[in-house]
Design a protein around this ligand. Structure first.
Ligand code: NI
Length: 138
């Protein structure tokens, strides 16, 4: 079994805010991410697949395919967007990095898992240099 990772990047705005909470509680829980007039993050996305190399190519997956897939299905949907308002798959959810990583998994897994020798293994999403989440599908 070998693991292969493609890195992509996007910028997006968000706000973490619960209308059913007071302003004080929102600020206490969400800190700067509760800023009323939005703010942005530079996200780094690492998509890792696992599998066995194809005997003909030596590849687990064609990186051109993987790169195009992530760009078309994920980066185009998120880059320079407002996660709370512009992104259909995030509507009605808290725009946290955790929820975003889980949604990215849901988009990519069915596209990658069709290959008999290759499965999606991990979504790793950096919101800042120091804060990142990892999702392995469960
Ligand atoms: Ni934030």
């Amino acid at each position: 079994m070998i693991y292969l990772t493609r890195k992509e990047h996007f910028n997006a705005a968000h706000k973490l805010w619960r209308p059913d909470w007071s302003a004080e509680k929102n600020e206490e829980v969400f800190g700067k991410c509760a800023n009323a007039n939005w703010h942005g993050h530079n996200f780094d996305l690492y998509v890792t697949v696992k599998g066995t190399p194809d005997p003909d190519t030596g590849f687990v997956i064609d990186l051109k395919f993987l790169s195009k897939l992530i760009k078309e299905k994920v980066v185009e949907e998120l880059d320079h967007k407002n996660l709370n308002m512009d992104v259909p798959f995030m509507l009605g959810k808290m725009a946290s990095t955790e929820n975003l990583a889980m949604e990215i998994w849901k988009i990519l897994a069915p596209e990658i898992n069709v290959f008999p020798n290759c499965k999606l293994y991990k979504i790793k999403l950096y919101e800042t240099e120091r804060n990142f989440v990892e999702y392995l599908g469960e």
